[in-house]
Design a protein around this ligand. Structure first.
Ligand SMILES: [Zn+2]
Length: 286
């Protein structure tokens, strides 16, 4: 009898160890933060991000060995979608059975400056990020029915925080309505549009590649013709081109963060966006 109980408990422990983890994999930092909020505090659900990237956005990222291992073990993959993950064919060749959650489902994207591509940086608009949160929750609920209610409740709470963030950004940035800005790459278009600003140009057409001498000269012309005084660089990319343009035109340089790296804490996206608002106000003397 005693032995029977002991065996029963051992079997329970083994079952718990084997079944406990529903492993969610995300493709890059903003998806990691959004998904972390959707899964926060749910027992037996874990989130990990694909190999730490030093490249900022995923543009031109190719899968690393560690990513292959993570993909083998994952129970669901959360992607930004809109063409940001150019390695999806490879993913499907490794794991054709893996549930893929496209966070941008139903979000209409603008064309990119890269021909034939979409501008997929929708997470930079907190209100679009909230739609992504809802999509992630629904995707996880479908893939892991057992925790469906918890995913949805977490998503609702996070969506409320994102709505509060957006209201705060709108208030802080309202004096900048109509302001034209030049950013490092096309990561800030949806953010700018949400708060009434205009991205007049970008320094790098293809992030990860150094802008050509021609690109730099064109940006200098644009800065002069629009009388732009400020250039915005990104912490994940080199400033060399911006420094040349600044020297040529007398513009100053500030840093805006496209939320593609950070502390890894659940409030990281909100903290980065509030800092972006602070920098924008400072850059325009508010
Ligand atoms: Zn990007």
């Amino acid at each position: 009898m005693k032995r029977g109980i002991a065996v029963f408990f051992v079997l329970c422990l083994l079952a718990a160890a084997g079944m406990a983890d529903f492993k969610v994999l995300t493709t890059f930092y903003p998806m990691y933060i959004l998904t972390q909020n959707v899964t926060e505090g749910i027992d037996g659900v874990s989130v990990s991000n694909m190999a730490e990237q030093t490249v900022g956005c995923l543009h031109d990222y190719s899968l690393q060995t560690q990513d292959m291992v993570s993909l083998e073990q994952a129970d669901a993959l959360v992607i930004n979608g809109g063409g940001m993950e150019q390695f999806m064919e490879r993913v499907l060749s490794i794991r054709s059975d893996l549930p893929i959650i496209d966070a941008s489902q139903g979000i209409e994207m603008e064309p990119s400056i890269e021909e034939g591509m979409l501008n997929a940086h929708v997470w930079m608009d907190p209100e679009m990020a909230a739609v992504q949160v809802r999509n992630i929750a629904e995707g996880l609920a479908a893939a892991d029915d057992m925790h469906a209610d918890q995913y949805r409740a977490n998503a609702e709470a996070y969506e409320a925080r994102l709505a509060a963030l957006s209201a705060s950004l709108a208030e802080q940035l309202s004096p900048l309505s109509g302001t034209r800005i030049i950013t490092f790459h096309e990561a800030f278009n949806y953010f700018a549009e949400r708060y009434g600003m205009v991205v007049a140009g970008v320094i790098a057409n293809e992030p990860g590649e150094e802008p050509s001498t021609r690109d730099i000269a064109d940006t200098c012309d644009l800065v002069r013709s629009l009388d732009i005084r400020t250039l915005f660089v990104e912490p994940q990319y080199p400033q060399t081109a911006a420094e040349i343009i600044a020297r040529e035109t007398g513009a100053s340089i500030y840093t805006l963060d496209p939320c593609v790296s950070g502390t890894g804490m659940p409030d990281s996206y909100e903290q980065i966006q509030l800092e972006n608002a602070r920098v924008l106000r400072e850059a325009f003397g508010l």
